[in-house]
Design a protein around this ligand. Sequence first.
Ligand SMILES: C[S@@+](CC[C@H](N)C(=O)[O-])C[C@H]1O[C@@H](n2cnc3c(N)ncnc32)[C@H](O)[C@@H]1O
Length: 298
Amino acid sequence: MSEQTPPVCSYEGSDYQQSFWDQGGRAYEDAAEAIALKRLLPPGGELLLELGAGAGRNTPRYQNFKRVVLLDYSRTQLEQARDRLGYTDRYIYVAADVYQLPFVDQRFDAATMIRTLHHMAEPQLALAQVHRVLAAEAAFILEFANKRNLKAMLRYLLRKQDWSPYTRDPVEFAALNFDFHPKAVRTDLRAVGFKLVRQLTVSHFRAGALKRAFPPKFLAGLDSLLQWTGSFVQVTPSVFTLAKAVQSGPAAGGEALFQCPVCGTALPGTEADLHCEGCSAVWPYRDGIYDFRVGSPG
Ligand SMILES: C[S@@+](CC[C@H](N)C(=O)[O-])C[C@H]1O[C@@H](n2cnc3c(N)ncnc32)[C@H](O)[C@@H]1O
């Protein structure tokens, strides 16, 4: 296994949940995302993996799953999630890199990745990791930021923006913040072994004037009426995709959830530091959070 992985956009110490969501005037976007998730989530399951879980904004929406693994590179985001959701058997908190998932193959029966592909310089590498840990036919709900959105198209037409919203390459509008072309994301999903099931467009009314003029619930209701159009055209800033994992080989089997992110050896046991018999690495467990970050986390 390679230790050379793409750079990580660090949220360590960030007040993202408070400043962006709780006090950021995004009640409409949050409600519209909740509607999309409800539409795409499977009726239930055993174990769901939430990638880039942050402070756990979406986690309560996964009630139909018996257990949820919250994975994020930032330990402080996970501490916020743990303080909101609590220490219970239901939630497993894991600090790790999406590019080096510390789980055995085909272990999860669903996964979500909301507002996180946004930070992936190598989206196909990240998606390949997600595919590896999903069981055959497991559902994967992926949200991505869409570069071919109405505002970007207008700005390009009026020459207020130099990058084209129509080309397949991602646009990095700030360091490690990427908007993707919908066709490029679909191509990446298929390339790593997913089959596409459904697409929803979300946040049709993400405009300051509209958000000031109408209550969030009203805008989210209208958004809900339009989300289905995502099957045909995607010009919203946010797109939700439901895909299913196609697997050819057998699942690993056994009880282990974790594997060493460096050498791939299965790591039996939980709720203690995990010692890898393959490469002697020790992966700490502190205050309810497993830490599988390779190298020195920033
Ligand atoms: C914009 S926040 C979204 C949080 C949450 N999904 C939500 O929608 O509220 C992106 C999250 O992805 C995490 N992240 C970014 N790159 C990551 C990586 N390579 N591996 C794991 N987590 C990552 C960040 O730490 C951050 O918490």
